[in-house]
Design a protein around this ligand. Structure first.
Ligand code: CU
Length: 149
């Protein structure tokens, strides 16, 4: 007859605390770093990686991504299969990371094939911060960042 009530009560308390905030009500303050796109093998598809850092006290949400080079969607990898990820959160004082094997930006219906040394321009659209434009350098097909996983 020992029902585990205590953990539920703890969780509810934690959620309440989070909802009240910590007194830090500064707006979302986003910056993008570590962007790269390995030169794709395919003529029609490519993947991009970057990190969005939020220095502000308010979370933000990536609502869509656009580019003049083709169609872009945010993808997540679940059980080694990828699917579209909707409304990814950038936590307050946190990061939203796109990296190889996990979340990535998926470029499809490419109008031209990105080549090493070029840059691909994308617009990240956020619910709070509006549009952030990022120039993604195209790296070698086998590039992976030194700090990568
Ligand atoms: Cu994908």
């Amino acid at each position: 007859m020992s029902r585990r009530v205590a953990p539920v009560a703890l969780l509810a308390g934690a959620l309440l605390l989070a909802g009240c905030g910590s007194g830090d009500d500064s707006a979302a303050d986003l910056s993008v770093s570590g962007a790269y796109m390995p030169q794709p093998v395919s003529d029609s598809m490519a993947a991009g990686f970057l990190t969005v850092t939020n220095a502000g006290g308010t979370e933000d949400e990536l609502t869509s991504v656009t580019s003049d080079i083709g169609e872009v969607t945010a993808h997540e990898t679940v059980d080694s299969a990828m699917r579209e990820a909707k409304d990814l959160t950038v936590p307050a004082h946190g990061t939203l990371v796109f990296r190889s094997g996990a979340n990535h930006l998926m470029f499809e219906k490419l109008k031209r094939k990105p080549r090493q040394g070029e840059k691909v321009t994308v617009q990240l659209h956020f619910a709070e911060s509006g549009t952030v434009t990022v120039e993604i350098p195209v790296t070698s097909a086998t590039y992976s960042p030194k700090t990568g996983h």
